[in-house]
Design a protein around this ligand. Structure first.
Ligand code: NAP
Length: 292
């Protein structure tokens, strides 16, 4: 008899997260507050434009306001930071998302750092990243948080498991490694200089693929019974995992699309609502106090 295989349904997890936000959004609305996410898109990269549109539509469906700031391809770092500062100062904006990647002439790190911590709903600032590493971030990066949310939704144990993360980007591989470590997994983080990668992956009870290469993780790299989470999103809706091949030995696996992606968006909405709730604590007798 073959063991039951779980297809980790991101749409289901996303619906659960969004469903829990409805009351919270209504309560904010009673105070006259509409949660608002501002998304900045620099240039005309078609995939980035699609992601931004998807995020905007998801906001609209839930009654969250979304502001889109489109800047031209030749925007300078200073111009981008000026746009971010304007959003930082706007009391009606609760979350700021700078769509990655930005054009080469821009210092992306400097731009991320300009986002005020209260509005850093994707955990991209140094402070947000550090808070996540310490385990007390208000807003950990959305994709890492989505991966943990999927594991939790399906009651997949993390503690004591060996998690192998492939990728070490500041927005994905590193923060998800920290989150898994904070949940008492034993974590191995792999990257482009890792030797004998497939042997390392074979040790994993939980595999997180965050590489940016279509169908990179092969079926015979998967230890029988492992859980596979595919954060990859490559052209043509293709993940970083060879899904059909890995399905054979995995006990649980996320598909692409409809895996990590929708949960990432739901997490972004959740963080935006939470940012609005935090700010609402400073609303007093109709006067809004913004923290310095
Ligand atoms: P990234 O910044 O390009 O990082 C890729 C990582 O993979 C790097 O750490 C790199 O190692 C590592 N890598 C590259 N080739 C490798 C190899 N041959 N063996 C082992 N490791 C290798 O990408 P990212 O922003 O983290 O995104 C990763 C994937 O997730 C992409 O497919 C992206 O589209 C997707 N993504 C999805 C969501 C979502 O919501 N689902 C959100 C964000 C990103 P080095 O550090 O040594 O270069």
């Amino acid at each position: 008899m073959t063991a039951e295989k779980i297809i980790l349904d991101g749409n289901l997890v996303a619906a659960d997260i969004k469903g829990k936000l409805v009351d919270r959004i209504n309560r904010l609305s009673e105070k006259g507050i509409v949660p608002c996410l501002a998304t900045i898109l620099v240039g005309e990269d078609p995939s980035s434009a699609t992601y931004v549109r998807m995020k905007g539509n998801a906001c609209k469906r839930l009654g969250i306001q979304s502001i889109r700031v489109d800047l031209p391809e030749n925007t300078s770092t200073d111009e981008l930071i000026a746009a971010i500062n304007k959003l930082n100062a706007d009391p009606n904006v609760h979350g700021i998302l700078l769509q990655h990647p930005v054009p080469n002439q821009i210092d992306e790190r400097a731009a991320f750092e300009a986002i005020s911590i209260e509005k850093d709903v994707d955990g991209v600032t140094t402070l947000g990243f550090a808070q996540n590493a310490f385990g007390f971030a208000d807003f950990p990066s959305c994709t890492p948080a989505a991966i943990i949310a999927i594991l939790d939704y399906y009651n997949i144990p993390i503690e004591g498991k060996h998690a192998v993360v492939i990728g070490r980007s500041p927005i994905l591989g590193k923060p998800v490694s920290a989150m898994l470590l904070n949940r008492n997994a034993t974590v191995t983080t792999c990257h482009s200089k890792t030797t004998h990668l497939e042997d390392v992956v074979r040790l994993g009870d939980i595999i997180v693929a965050a590489v940016g290469k279509p169908k990179f993780v092969q079926g015979d790299w998967i230890k029988p019974g492992a859980t596979v989470l595919d954060a990859g999103y490559n052209e043509g809706n293709i993940g970083d995992v060879d899904y059909d091949a890995c399905l054979e030995d995995a006990s649980a696996i996320t598909p692409v699309p409809a895996g990590v992606g929708p949960v990432t968006i739901a997490t972004l909405l959740k963080h935006t609502v939470e940012a609005a709730e935090k700010l609402s604590l400073h609303v007093n007798d109709g006067i809004l106090f913004i923290k310095e």
